[in-house]
Each structure stands twice: as C-alpha cells, then as structure tokens.
Ligand binder design. Structure first.
Ligand code: TYD
Length: 228
C-alpha cells in the first residue's frame, strides 16, 4: 500500500490558489503585496504576480488610457468599467488561467473587487450589472474567481497622507468618491466574509504584515482542497 499523502501545509496549501490584494488608494496594499510575494517565494512556493489594470501588453496599453491625468474628456463610467474589464479579460486568459493550472499561487494587485468598489459603489453602476460583465470577462472559468480577496482598510486621512502628490486620473476623483470606495470594499467583505479578509492597514508596514499572515493562516485552506 502506498504511504498516506500528508495534508498540504501552510504556505504550500496556497499552490494553485488565486488571492487578490485590494483596497482604496493609499491603503499600502502594494507594499504588502510585494512583501507577501517574496515571503512565499522564499518558502519555495511558485508565485505569479499580476496587477490591474495591466499585466499584459494589451492591458498596459488600456492602463495608459485609464490612468492618464492629461485626458480631459470625461470618460463615461460605463466605458471606464468596460475598459477595466477588457484589461482583465486579457489578463485572465493570458496569465491567470495558465498559472493556476501550473499550480502557482496567483497573487493579484486588484481585481473585480476594485470595479465593484470604484465603478459600482463609488461610480454608481449596479453591482449585479458589473458581476454580469465580470462573468463575460471570466468566460465561465471557475479558476478566475478569487479564492480570497484581502482588503487593506484605511481611514481617509491615513490614505491621503500615503498618496504621492502626483495623482493619477482615478486618484483625482475627490474625497467623497474615495469615501464611497472604502464603503464599497467594506460592504463586499460584510456580504461574503468567507471569501474576503479585511486587514486594518492603518499601522506601520511590519504590524500590517503580521496581521496579514495571522489572518491568512487562520483561513481553513486545507478543508477546502483544490478540485483536480
Ligand atoms: P494604480 O496606480 O495601479 O493604483 P494602486 O497602486 O493604488 O493599485 O491605479 C489603479 C487605479 O485604478 C486605482 O485608483 C484604482 C482604479 N481601479 C478602478 O477604478 N477599477 C478597477 O477595476 C481597477 C482594477 C482599478
């Protein structure tokens, strides 16, 4: 009889998973993203890092248009949403599906949760409508819905203090808009606590990273095995 296969241990149980880091502008999520990615690689886990909008040649071209602060013509929120989704559709087929299939941890800096918070709660588009377009972007691939979305939550003053003075087109949308963005993330997390993890990101980076690891370890990855 073959010896029993031991259950995967942390962080190996993240292999073949799709985890998103998200949050308002100035939340410090990108710092935590790179730190966590290195932390996983140092422990032998294959990590595929992607960012949105962008992450592919086509996606980076779409990103230029979306974030260019010199674009003065108003971009209608529906067009904005579809451009973010178009970048995502390319990223999914070109990078995410192959990486998940290869057993890597896919770590995404922003995903559909951003569209729900920015173009949905803050921008006024309906959440079911965005999810319906999301289904089209994903093309029915179950591997493209994140196993977990980590939301780095910060208050307005902390976020503003962390932003570079050179604001991009989205960052220029003003305080009321960004207040709604934050509320949008918190509403998503409250509605689906199993698939969201909210991290209080007001503290210094070391303390936030510790909170992140604690929060991730507590998730029951092993009793939710990946279907082969
Ligand atoms: P980026 O420079 O990548 O910001 P950050 O480093 O904070 O991630 O800019 C991405 C901007 O686009 C950011 O303001 C959030 C916004 N965004 C949306 O409005 N909708 C989306 O679907 C995505 C992915 C991003």
């Amino acid at each position: 009889m073959p010896p029993p296969v031991p259950p995967p241990t942390w962080p190996d149980s993240l292999a073949g998973r799709f985890v998103v880091f998200d949050g308002p502008d100035g939340s410090g999520k990108s710092t935590q993203f790179h730190r966590f990615s290195h932390w996983c690689s140092d422990r032998g886990l294959g990590v595929c890092e992607v960012r949105e909008p962008g992450g592919t040649y086509i996606g980076e071209r779409i990103r230029e248009l979306l974030l260019d602060p010199t674009v003065t013509e108003e971009l209608h929120v529906r067009c904005e949403m579809l451009l973010f989704m178009a970048s995502r559709a390319q990223l999914i087929s070109q990078r995410i599906i192959p990486a998940v299939a290869a057993g890597q941890l896919v770590l995404a800096d922003r995903f559909i949760s951003s569209t729900l918070a920015y173009q949905g709660t803050a921008g006024g588009l309906s959440i079911p409508e965005i999810l319906a377009v999301g289904e089209v972007a994903v093309g029915g691939a179950a591997a493209c819905w994140p196993d977990l979305t980590v939301v780095f939550d910060v208050d307005e003053a902390t976020a503003a203090a962390r932003l570079s003075p050179l604001l991009d087109r989205m960052e220029q949308k003003g305080a009321a808009y960004h207040r709604r963005v934050r509320a949008g993330y918190l509403a998503q997390a409250a509605a689906d606590p199993e698939r969201y993890l909210v991290i209080d990101a007001r503290a210094e980076p070391d303390a936030v990273f510790k909170r992140l690891l604690d929060g991730l370890v507590k998730r029951d990855w092993q009793s939710n095995p990946i279907e082969q």
